[in-house]
Design a protein around this ligand. Structure first.
Ligand code: LLP
Length: 417
């Protein structure tokens, strides 16, 4: 991770020593690198070149306003999944004409807000949603641009909880039913059909599931052509993986080269492509700093009890995910195998397991690859305030989200009169 490197035995984010941040701002602390965000964006931008591709950042991965603003400046569109995410996108001045609205359970108020903003497209996931969207659009005297999200029934070969394109998953319209759904959509007065969408899963480390899906999608595009429905865009969702440990995920360029080859070969060169990458734009641009509170040497295991927990970084508890772990100031000397665990009252509250480390109480550790699905999945279990977030930019840093206070946590609650 080039933006998080040791210098003189101290871990830095760009030109800022991380122990300095931990001391000043406390832990747990999310630290992002602006240069890493830019570099990840550049990977997509250069892969796109002159081809008609719109990259809509899947902001559920990390929706801090400073992160969003950075991508907006760089020219990104956004993939949103709620009225809340729409509010964030608009707050940073995102261009609504480059916002796609995904999600399986859109409510009427969210549709209204997105129509009022003038989003580019709704990715619709059921016939019932088509009906509601048409009704809402008609109320407001507009036509909603829609793409149908189809479920192509392909195996993304990723963790079952983040695999979304199998027929067992709740997502999308089964590909076999899609043609009929388009027929219905065409009859609804509040809708304008513009595209076709799918998203098969996340943290994909193999490119072939995309092509299984693409093949099926292009068959559908041909069928749609046959009944006079001409699409202007094809949205392949997000899902490109990142390296957490030793994965070698496909690059955006490899993906795009293959996709365009297929589009050209099948005579669909006119289709504009939309991508919705989340993790691959932010995952390796962030770390989570956490301080060792206690060392506990049990009979079976050695534990390092730290001040971050599953409420701060849920991925290990939820997906058995592996995150790299580096001390901010590595110690010489003998190592022990530690389980890194939080203070929360759950055995699932672990962050890393069986890591060989030389540790002392008070040491600060960096959990790596925490820029995606870290803070956005954080909660307040055990009445724990959520961490602060800071963005490093060269040799400077900016607190981009204050640490939550205990008063914040009690706000809005009341006892009975
Ligand atoms: N588009 C749609 C419709 C999605 O559902 C998602 C992610 C994305 C785009 C962005 O996918 P990405 O490029 O980040 O893979 N919390 C899990 C990941 C859940 C992904 C949900 N959908 C994790 O921590 O691994």
């Amino acid at each position: 991770h080039p933006y998080f490197q040791y210098r003189n035995n101290v871990l830095y984010a760009e030109d800022v020593p991380l122990d300095h941040l931990a001391e000043r701002l406390g832990t747990p602390l999310y630290v992002y690198s602006r240069a890493a965000l830019k570099a990840a964006w550049e990977t997509y931008r250069s892969a796109v070149g002159q081809r008609p591709v719109q990259v809509c950042y899947g902001m559920k991965a990390n929706s801090n306003l400073a992160v969003l603003k950075e991508f907006a400046r760089l020219g990104a569109g956004f993939d949103i999944v709620s009225g809340g995410e729409l509010k964030r996108a608009l707050a940073v001045g995102a261009d609504p004409a480059r916002i796609v609205f995904s999600g399986v359970g859109k409510q009427a108020w969210e549709m209204r807000a997105a129509l009022a903003a003038g989003v580019m497209c709704f990715n619709v996931e059921s016939e019932a949603e088509l009906q509601r969207l048409s009704d809402v659009a008609q109320e407001t005297g507009q036509r909603a641009r829609v793409a149908l999200r189809v479920n192509p029934d392909v195996d993304a070969q990723t963790h079952p909880y983040i695999s979304t394109g199998l027929k067992e998953n709740k997502f999308g319209i089964p590909i076999g039913a899609a043609l009929d759904a388009y027929r219905s959509a065409r009859l609804l007065p509040g809708l304008e059909i513009t595209g076709l969408d799918c998203h098969i899963g996340s943290q994909l480390t193999d490119i072939s599931p995309y092509f299984d899906a693409l093949g099926k999608l292009l068959d559908l595009v041909a069928d749609l052509d046959g009944i006079g429905i001409r699409l202007s865009h094809l949205d392949l969702g997000g899902g490109l993986g990142i390296r957490y440990r030793d994965e070698v995920p496909p690059s955006p360029k490899a993906l795009l080269d293959h996709v365009f080859q297929r589009l050209q070969a099948r005579g669909h060169g006119h289709l504009r492509l939309v991508l919705e990458p989340g993790r691959s734009l932010v995952g390796n641009a962030g770390v989570l700093l956490t301080a060792v509170q206690y060392l506990k040497h049990g009979e079976a295991r050695n534990f390092a009890i730290v001040d971050a927990a599953m409420n701060d970084l849920m991925r290990p508890a939820l997906y058995d995910a592996w995150h790299g772990l580096r001390p901010l100031r590595p110690r010489a000397g003998d190592t022990l195998e530690y389980d890194i665990v939080g203070p929360v009252c759950e055995s699932a509250d672990w962050l890393a397991r069986q890591r060989a480390l030389a540790l002392e109480q008070g040491d600060v550790l960096a959990l790596e690859s925490a820029g995606a699905y870290g803070m956005t999945m954080a909660g307040n279990y055990n009445t724990r305030p959520r961490a602060a977030e800071v963005m490093v930019d060269g040799d400077r840093y900016h607190v981009v989200r204050q640490r939550e206070t205990l008063d914040d946590l009690l706000r809005g609650e009341s006892t009975l009169p």
